[in-house]
Ligand binder design. Sequence first.
Ligand SMILES: CC(C)(COP(=O)(O)OP(=O)(O)OC[C@H]1O[C@@H](n2cnc3c(N)ncnc32)[C@H](O)[C@@H]1OP(=O)(O)O)[C@@H](O)C(=O)NCCC(=O)NCCS
Length: 170
Amino acid sequence: MAPLRKHDMQLRAATTDEITGTWDERWFGMVVGINSVYYPSDVQGLALVDHHDELVGLVTYHVDGPSGQIVTLDTMVRGRGFGGRLLEAIENKFHNLGLGRSWALFTNDNLRAAGLYLSRGYRLIRVHLDAVDKVREHKPKLPDRGYDGYPLRDLWEFEKMGLLGGLPVP
Ligand SMILES: CC(C)(COP(=O)(O)OP(=O)(O)OC[C@H]1O[C@@H](n2cnc3c(N)ncnc32)[C@H](O)[C@@H]1OP(=O)(O)O)[C@@H](O)C(=O)NCCC(=O)NCCS
């Protein structure tokens, strides 16, 4: 089979079924933030799809005043540039919506996500110590340890100001 390349993939608006399916599989059906809980009906999404219209990545977002929150970012195959492509697309989307700030939360084990965001100009602006305790109240099956066996404890908040746009985004 030919390798999947990021430039062969297309972006389109995600369906609620795609968001629900991905969140059920990867997020216990919901996303718990600092003072909020999101369900699929609370967010919109951009899907990255292959030439069979199969999902290879999904970014979901929520707009709150002048900021856009990246609620989830998932790729079905890692290390092929799909995460970067989706991050670029969502920043364009936010820019086109007139938003000046993009931000995201993720757990303290997620060095891969941290690398992706840092390499694209995001900064770590807050560490919400022990915020995963609250996540566990909603997701009792969340394991004690995450990627590479790191204890899951805190939420890291990353932001990027001054988004550059230009690309049309669905
Ligand atoms: C985080 C995630 C979206 C990254 O997607 P991906 O398709 O692998 O990302 P890409 O291939 O575009 O980019 C990888 C980038 O991550 C970084 N990266 C890759 N491997 C890394 C590692 N071992 N350590 C640190 N950074 C790493 C690099 O910055 C790389 O950027 P580059 O393209 O400039 O080299 C993916 O791993 C995923 O779906 N994770 C599960 C869900 C999740 O945790 N989402 C993030 C929080 S919402």
